[in-house]
Design a protein around this ligand. Sequence first.
Ligand SMILES: Cc1ncc(COP(=O)(O)O)c(C=O)c1O
Length: 407
Amino acid sequence: MPSSIDLPVDPPARLLMGPGPVNADPRVLRALSTPLVGQYDPAMTGYMTETMALYREVFATSNEATVLVDGTSRAGIEAAIVSLVRPGQRVLVPVFGRFGHLLAEIALRAQADVHTIEVPWGQVFTPAAIEEAIVRVKPHLLAIVQGDTSTTMNQPLDELGAICERHGVLLYTDATASLGGNAFEMDAWGLDAATAGLQKCLSGPSGSAPISLSERAVEVIRSRTRIEAGIREESDEDTGEPIASNYFDLGMILDYWGPRRLNHHTEATSMLYAARECARVIVAEGRQAVIDRHARAGAAMLAGVQGLGLTVFGDVAHKMNNVVAVEIPAGVDGDGARGAMLRDFGIEIGTSFGPLHGRVWRIGTMGVNARFDTVLTTLAALEQVLRRAGVRVPAGGGVDAAYESWG
Ligand SMILES: Cc1ncc(COP(=O)(O)O)c(C=O)c1O
């Protein structure tokens, strides 16, 4: 009998309907299994240039500085913050969920003078509340999450660029969970920096963080240029205090992706293939069509859980398209029900963090799973799990409501 360590990985079939990660698009999985080439092979540098162009479309930007940071989404966040902020500079973080706290934590470790404002989980900020805090704090950087999966809220960003411009503030957003599935307009909204990940609406594995930087952001980064000994030329000059992280120094990363191709890390080749394919798949379907598909699937899931008699958490008008939080009915063991979904139906739905733990499940419809059939399958399974847990659910109520919503 071979022990399992002698066998290759053979993961069970799963339908990942949680807040991410979700199933990777089969085209992305195929890209991941294609052969490696060398770091400076013209094929590789060609893929890098193409990836920059593809992500400009995904972010809706003409920013030349649109590249990948190797690592999960958090790597992109760290790179943005440590490169844009000098120790002691003020950073304002409006917190409306777990990932706002993460931005504040990362800014603190970058030795920024961090100021936060908060709304209760399940709500978003008004532009006026953010402007009032900007006037009071006078930050160098406003760092704000767009879609916070911990609460499912989607913070409107469209007015923040003009506000930041009025007050001379840089604007950075973490769009990890929202990009691809919700409206996002890097240039039209006046964003200076945005970061993302692959494992949500982009339908890839986690491990690569697309990032885009405005000219203004690049100027700030270039005011602390450093070129490592061993690759620098005589004409190269360092400026300002070095960025505290070598790996996340966006100036060095841009020099690697730019025409000089200055050696930095060894680009994670397979993840680059995956990231390129994620963006290519979105661009092929059409950026707006993908967002519309997420809106339609999200609306059907919302209608479906309401059709099952469940209560939706938070301000539904500001809910992300790609995830819904539903209150766990009284008397139901939330983790037990999630376990039954996985064990009996092969469907993963999400638990929650902090104050919402044990109170809500989070159900996603994102990436390749933002489809009608996945919505119906999940609702049909959830109905059975609830019924077996003793909840009186309207028979077929979820599926019927989803059919009606889908049209
Ligand atoms: C809004 C947001 N930011 C950041 C992260 C962290 O991403 P990662 O786990 O890829 O580092 C997540 C992950 O769920 C997220 O939803």
